[in-house]
Design a protein. Structure first.
Lengths: 569, 93
């Protein structure tokens, strides 16, 4: 008893799941379909029920080593094999390898007469035999509802179906049952009553002439699951479901920096450029040089030997290469050495989801360091603002996970810069550069500033954005007494200042010379005074010497006279 | 048509009441209407499940008229004689 209890405890935390192997579906369901239980996949005709269930079987056999039985009530085995051959699956080979068993149940009302009591044991035996012959873990019944059109005894059918689902559970196989969507109900025959564990609804809608397939998990007993409608696609790789947003916000972040390719722009961004894996929005009015900034960024990425994908929605690659040549950016060399990949498509070529998936795939395959979308505003032609936004959210989400730096360009239609813009992505992006026109004094100039840049100190200054044939540069705008000056007004102001300086210099030197002269005069005066003083001094000296001499001589003569008188007397 | 024998195959799954009733009914009708013109083969799918696919069996019991062509199927315990005879094309509808 304690053992049984332990087992129960052990089984309690998570419902065992069977991965489908279908891209994206396992993420939404948190690991796959409920193991050993039936799942109902329903939807309108042509919504991809059969393909989804067939892919479940094929991937099970190929990727998870779980053989599967596909019981088809609609299509013949050969038709099914043909249908998936276009997706690159070889059903016949898988059948030969005993990994898959296809069984076509043909029910034709015209061939069948009903009389008296019967049951569907034949079907059970067939299914059982098919399961046992290959040791199947997965079963698909597509579309069980065909039984209802082939047989008249509905009450009996319902009872038998209930028995069938019970039997499937007992058999422990993970099953998909498909059902056609009915009026006001999930399925025409109310199959959802019998399948209570997991119900997936597929849908195919055409809005504005663009079709989108969607998937929703109506219920999934005992498991956490995404509840949104998720767009999905059928292409050459089968079905791929794209989670609208991942359920959690747990993405790796990097503090590594990438340069924008414009040194003066890097200087505005804390001197080191953008964060790796961040998203950058460059918005501005027409002709402000958004594409040039993007091309610079692409070229810089490639210059460092890293890969870049350029998604162009407006211009052709040749056009971009030619145009960028004129500002001294040679993109052709990087295209030639395989570092730069252009991917140009008209937005209206297909729906947003297709665009997204195409990008997903390109990015997955090419593994670029950075990605450019130029311009995202053109996507609005194929979807509403909210749709474009949701698509971009998913793209940013995905890119962040892959640590790919992305640069979007966006065209703002009005010249009045409003803070809500650009398909509402401004709140999603990490850095937002705004290029705007400054019209003054009969000319248009470009001003650039950083609206936001998360996680770094950035300049709050408006810089003049100059495009020359040598490239892009940012110049400090002139802040004069008349306000901000750009373009030729700035040049004129600078010239004027230079003239002023020359004049001032000249004035200065003249004054210097005058001082020099004054000093010379003064010095001359000092020396003449000194000479005068010397001569006076000499004069004075001479007098005193004479007096001394006289005194000496007088003294001498007096002594002589005294001597002489003494001799006489 | 008269010289062609009826080849009938009855699919059952074990000895259930329905199967036994069906076989009894079938034998009775054949004796009455097709004396010496028929062969009945009883296939127990519990013993030979692999045969279910070939004749597109999903319900039990199922009676299959292999010959004469075209193949006809009657499902159920064959309790309605009229329907069985019409279904087997023994009696025109």
């Amino acid at each position: 008893m304690s053992k049984a209890k332990k087992q129960e405890l052990h089984n309690f935390p998570t419902l065992p799941k069977t991965p489908t192997g279908i891209m994206g579906l396992d993420e939404i369901t948190g690991g796959g379909l409920p193991k050993g239980r039936p799942t109902l996949v329903c939807g309108d005709a042509g919504c991809g029920k059969t393909l989804m269930s067939l892919e479940f079987i094929i991937r099970g056999a190929m990727e998870f080593d779980e053989p599967g039985v596909f019981m088809a009530f609609e299509e013949k085995a050969e038709e099914l094999a043909m249908n998936v051959a276009s997706l690159g699956f070889d059903l016949n080979k898988l059948q030969e390898e005993k990994k898959i068993k296809l069984d076509h149940v043909h029910i034709d009302r015209s061939e069948i007469e009903e009389t008296g009591e019967y049951d569907l044991d034949g079907l059970f035996i067939r299914l059982n035999y098919a399961i046992d012959s290959i040791g199947a873990k997965r079963v698909v019944l597509d579309t069980l509802e065909n039984l209802f059109s082939g047989l008249t005894n509905q009450t009996l059918l319902r009872a038998e179906l209930r028995r069938l689902f019970h039997w499937l559970k007992e058999k422990g196989v993970t099953a998909i049952i498909t059902g056609e969507r009915g009026e006001g109900k999930l399925t025409r025959q109310g199959l959802e009553e019998y399948v209570s564990d997991c119900v997936i609804l597929l849908d195919h809608r055409v809005i504005n002439q663009i079709s989108t397939r969607r998937l929703r998990i109506v219920k999934y007993r005992g498991s956490l699951h995404g509840t949104n409608e998720y767009p999905f696609l059928i292409d050459e790789d089968g079905i791929s479901v794209l989670p609208v947003t991942s359920l959690r916000l747990e993405k790796p972040v990097s503090s590594e920096r990438v340069t924008s390719g414009i040194p003066s722009l890097d200087k505005m961004l804390d001197g080191r450029g953008f964060f790796k894996g961040s998203s950058i929005l460059v918005s501005g009015t027409a002709g402000t040089g958004k594409t040039s900034i993007a091309a610079y960024f692409a070229s810089e990425t490639c210059k460092q030997g890293k890969k870049c994908i350029y998604f162009a929605f407006e211009e052709s690659p040749q056009q971009i290469i030619r145009n960028m040549h004129s500002i001294g950016v040679d993109l052709q060399q990087y295209v030639d050495n395989g570092l730069l990949k252009f991917f140009a498509s008209r937005p209206t070529l297909y729906g947003l989801e297709m665009h997204l998936v195409a990008m997903y795939k390109m990015i997955k395959r090419f593994e670029p360091e950075s990605v450019i979308l130029d311009p995202i505003t053109n996507l609005i032609t194929v979807g509403s603002v909210s749709e474009v936004k949701s698509m971009l959210i998913r793209l940013i989400d995905f890119l962040q996970e892959e640590q790919v730096t992305v640069m979007f360009t966006a065209l703002t239609l009005n010249t009045i810069i409003s803070d809500q813009t650009d398909e509402g992505v401004s709140s999603l992006v990490d850095a937002w550069l705004l290029v705007r026109d400054i019209e003054y004094n009969g000319e248009r100039n470009r001003g650039m500033y950083i609206m936001k840049s998360r996680g770094m100190k950035h300049s709050n200054q408006v810089r003049e954005f100059v495009i020359t044939d040598k490239g892009l540069d940012l110049v400090d705008v002139y802040l004069g007494p008349d306000g901000v000056l750009t373009g030729s007004a700035r040049e004129a102001q600078i010239l004027q200042e230079q003239t002023g300086e020359v004049l001032r210099d000249y004035a200065l030197t003249r004054k210097d010379r005058e001082i020099l002269r004054k000093r010379k005069v003064l010095e001359a005066k000092i020396s003449s005074l000194q000479t005068e003083f010397e001569s006076v001094e000499e004069e004075l000296n001479k007098i005193s010497q004479e007096e001394q001499l006289i005194k000496n001589v007088t003294d001498k003569t007096r002594t002589e006279i005294t001597q002489r008188r003494g001799e006489k007397g | 048509m008269a010289d062609e024998k009826y080849e009938l195959r009855l699919y059952v799954a074990g000895k259930t009441t329905k199967s036994v009733t069906a076989l009894q009914n079938l034998k009775k009708y054949c004796e009455e209407h097709l004396k010496d013109q028929y062969v009945i083969e009883v296939i127990d799918l519990l013993v030979q499940p692999q045969l279910a696919e070939g004749d597109q069996i999903f319900a039990i019991p199922t009676l299959v008229r292999k010959v004469p062509e075209p193949i006809r199927k009657i499902i159920g315990d064959l309790s309605n004689e009229e329907k069985v005879l019409v279904g087997l094309n023994i009696r025109p509808a």
